[in-house]
Design a protein. Sequence first.
Length: 117
Amino acid sequence: MASIFRIAVSALFLAGAAIVSTAPAMAANPEVEAAKDQGVIGERIDGYLGIVEGGADPSLARLVQDINNRRRAAYGETADRTGTTPQQVARVTGERLIEQAEPGEYIMDDSGSWSQK
């Protein structure tokens, strides 16, 4: 039983690493990067981008939603390949993206609170 757990954890870790390598590429958009630098959007612990506080203009909100939709699809594909759930893949990815966030960028923790890294 313990070895099955280790295999599942290893698969989840590898899945998260694979998504982390593709998630920034999905977000590597000058408008997204500028919004992160300005504190308008940030990475959430659940693996998705979020609009910090006060909202964003509609075009940026649509862009964030588009990126999140692509991430959701990638999490689902990875979960199917690794025998985990999309939520597990998203969570591991969120943790890694928060680790990789630049100083001064906003991140959301488990409590749903935004803070600057």
